[in-house]
Design a protein around this ligand. Sequence first.
Ligand code: ADP
Ligand code: MG
Length: 316
Amino acid sequence: MPVGEFDLIDRIRARARTRGDVVLGIGDDAALLQPQPGCELVVTADTLNVGVHFLEDTAPEDIGWKSLAVNLSDLAAMGASPSWCTLALALPQSDPAWLDGFIGGFLELAQSAGIALVGGDTTRGPLSISVTAMGQAPAGRAIRRSGAQVGDDLWVTGTPGDACSALHAIWAGVVPDPALRRRMNRPTPRNAAGLALVGLANSCVDISDGLLGDLGHICKASGVGAEVMLEQLPASRALSRFAPAVRWPWQASGGDDYELCFSAPAAQREAIVQAMAGAQTQATLIGRIVQGQGVIALDGDGQPWNSGRPSFQHFS
Ligand code: ADP
Ligand code: MG
């Protein structure tokens, strides 16, 4: 049975957990939040639209999870500690069962990341989900795209390419490997890794639009170039069944991977290994920052490789 806007909000409010620094959460005209003294507020927003960011038949639990995950990933890339979020929902109809599933997936991730849902908006319209996530970082310490230095090592977390390979299977009418499909529907934001990189990494970006393209943002912001060794790209067990020529385009420019690409001085190599072990996150050395501009991907023979595929951009 359809219910009204305020009933939907009540269903969300009843399940949302709070935090000690939420002075006033869901229920008033606005939330009141108490940032830590000496911290900068780190704010990011991302919208998910049906058909663009997820397939029509995606489970509501997965849509909920992913809509928060993509925002947590941006906080991770800045080295910020996740604190609070808001959720603006446009729903085609008031469907309590769908909402319960959606909010279940959203709050499952929120709880494990320690982020509190403190407000939002609920309206009628084509299905669209906008999340604003707020984090905190000690003043001056957040990791930017602009800090890469010539000579830095280049690293990537996790195993990029999994989500994109699952999407390609679906487009081809094939049932994807369940492990790969899960990477597409339930990405793991790398918040522990991002926090552990503060003071170690010179630059960081999350590779939601594809590794090479997003690394290009670091290069542009830092005024440097980058070399990526394709043979060093980590492949998950499920993805390594594909030949390099098939999987490299997914790994290098697939997108929808919520992993971190970061640069750090070569002298920090051992410290990075320790930090990533502490964050229980796989991190792999994939190349280096060089003089010049732009990203060059090198194949096993050290020859420049062209995927023939730019990173994802809306409107193009
Ligand atoms: P207003 O009309 O003053 O903006 P609303 O009636 O839209 O307030 O919302 C009432 C309360 O419920 C507010 O605290 C708002 O932040 C919260 N809220 C509305 N929609 C959501 C949502 N989708 N998720 C979380 N909180 C929500
Ligand atoms: Mg109001």
